[in-house]
Design a protein around this ligand. Structure first.
Ligand SMILES: [Zn+2]
Length: 178
């Protein structure tokens, strides 16, 4: 299943600028609201809007940890429900450059948040992206199989179409020698 996330180039630049503010070694995150279309090999998940979680939305923040306030999560989920959107969770590992991947903390938190998102918002699919300074990894939740699956590529739509390959897919290709 070749499920991809599609982002307009200007939106992508603005999202990266917000998630990696200058002179900050802290983790940052935000939510994307997406529209979804199904195709024969998977889904296209198109980012419509990105909401950055600034200081006022956070309970805790450091270089290796971030926790949003519950009221911010509620607010975002309500907006997603009202706009019939799938959710994309974007966060950073600012200590990592190449080959970034999800941590066990990310796994544990998504073990809860993905099924909750399906219950509250519908099947989506909902997805998540983690950024290192020079790489990204991405995955989506298959509500039928109840497992996370790798996102095949992040497509940046500008004058040219640029596809960024997530770490998980690069590793699968490396193993299979494709
Ligand atoms: Zn993480």
């Amino acid at each position: 299943m070749k499920t991809c996330i599609l982002i307009i180039e200007q939106e992508y630049s603005s999202l990266i600028n917000k998630l990696f503010p200058p002179n900050s070694a802290d983790e940052h995150f935000g939510f994307g609201f997406a529209g979804v279309s199904r195709h024969s090999e998977g889904f296209n998940i198109l980012l419509r809007t990105f909401i950055f979680a600034d200081h006022s939305c956070l309970e805790k923040q450091s270089g290796g940890f971030i926790r949003p306030k519950q009221e911010f999560i509620k607010y975002v989920w309500e907006l997603a429900k009202n706009s019939d959107s799938a959710l994309i969770d974007f966060h950073t590992h600012p200590f990592c450059s190449k080959g970034v991947s999800f941590s066990s903390i990310d796994d544990n938190s998504e073990n809860k948040s993905f099924p909750m998102a399906v219950d509250y918002l519908g099947e989506g699919p909902h997805s998540s992206v983690v950024f290192g300074r020079d790489s990204l990894d991405a995955r989506w939740y298959d509500p039928q199989a109840k497992i996370r699956k790798p996102i095949f590529g992040i497509k940046i739509i500008g004058n040219r179409l640029v596809t960024i390959t997530p770490t998980s897919i690069s590793r699968i290709r490396g193993k299979n020698n494709i």
